[in-house]
Design a protein around this ligand. Structure first.
Ligand SMILES: Nc1nc2c([nH]c(=O)n2[C@@H]2O[C@H](COP(=O)(O)OP(=O)(O)OP(=O)(O)O)[C@@H](O)[C@H]2O)c(=O)[nH]1
Length: 313
């Protein structure tokens, strides 16, 4: 059966305290009583961004002053093939109040979602649980004790996402180090990804695995871990990560880095072109610092990942 394709714009309204807005669909709608992000169908002659601004005015009585394209997801419902253009909305005028939803609720990303949730939205809620800053370890270079001390400081500063990437440590040392990282990060409620080794990730109790591009290229299916991401350098690799159903991708290098001397960075314009219309969140990598976060998010990144830039001295 061919279903008609419907373009929809939906907004993730993010408050300064990290909560985002969900609404419960009213009684006289398709999927009545289901929770959703505010938004609606794109009308003829509108861009998705224009449609979202109109819908948020109609549904919530607010005027959007800052929005960023975020992710695009397609879903086949009984009634339609829906293409959902998700935007992050971080600034608006007016106080949202429910004009069409039966209830509005500001929820914390790490909290359980509201049920029932519109079926297309599961990956969106998962993406919202992915912290914005990923710090990548380099204990092989700076020493295990120095790296763990830097980790403790960063966790105290709010870091909640760590990738253990230690090609220079031998396997028993890598396992011991990874266990230390998992204990510390889990103690703060954060996530740990282990680079390149799904079995070790499971053994040490990490939350998932991060695939180097060479592994992404040869895998035919997603490793069996709760969280899986991959390093990407071009559109082909990003699309492969999407096809495998991965939870996130890293894309870089955005700027030249000490670890890849002589390699030119993509720059933000190219970064934006490469991530447009993807169904998964992408973190920008390469020569970046936490101070580059707003710039990265304006360019379409979910956040940033860093090795040297993430560990303050
Ligand atoms: N607004 C919104 N729609 C979503 C989300 N997730 C999702 O699958 N959809 C789907 O996208 C479509 C949006 O339809 P809608 O009924 O909200 O559109 P609308 O406001 O223009 O209403 P209308 O049908 O009365 O014109 C529905 O098929 C809905 O199931 C979401 O988070 N927010």
């Amino acid at each position: 059966m061919t279903r008609k394709r419907v373009e929809v714009a939906a907004g993730v309204l993010l408050r300064a305290d990290g909560r985002y807005l969900l609404g419960q669909r009213g009684p006289d709608t398709v999927y009545a009583g289901y929770w959703e992000f505010p938004g609606g169908k794109v009308e003829a002659g509108e861009t998705p961004a224009q449609a979202l601004c109109r819908e948020l005015d109609e549904e919530l009585g607010i005027r959007v002053t800052h929005l960023r394209p975020w992710m695009l997801r397609e879903h086949l419902y009984e009634h339609a093939h829906v293409r959902l253009h998700f935007f992050e909305v971080s600034a608006w005028e007016g106080e949202p109040h429910g004009k069409v939803h039966s209830v509005l609720d500001w929820v914390l990303p790490e909290q359980a979602t509201r049920e029932p949730m519109l079926p297309a939205n599961g990956p969106i809620l998962k993406a919202l649980r992915l912290p914005r800053l990923m710090a990548i370890t380099h204990a092989g270079e700076q020493g295990i004790d120095a790296q763990l001390a830097a980790l403790d400081r960063a966790l105290a500063d709010g870091l909640r996402l760590v990738q253990v990437r230690e090609p220079a440590l031998d396997s028993s040392l890598r396992e011991r180090f990874a266990r230390e990282v998992v204990a510390r990060v889990h103690g703060c409620g954060g996530l740990v990804l282990l680079n390149g080794d799904p079995d070790l990730a499971r053994t040490v109790g990490a939350d998932g695995v991060h695939l180097p591009a060479r592994m992404l290229a040869i895998l035919n299916e997603r490793p069996d871990c709760p969280w899986v991401g991959a390093s990407c350098h071009d559109r082909g690799e990003l699309e492969r990560a999407a096809t495998l159903g991965l939870d996130y991708a890293l894309l870089g290098p955005v700027a030249p880095t000490a670890s890849h001397p002589g390699q030119a960075g993509l720059g933000w314009t190219r970064f934006t072109e490469l991530v447009a219309g993807l169904p998964l969140p992408v973190l920008a990598l390469g020569g970046l610092q936490p101070e580059n976060m707003e710039k990265a998010r304006d360019a379409g990144a979910h956040g940033i990942a860093a090795i040297r830039g993430a560990w303050s001295v």
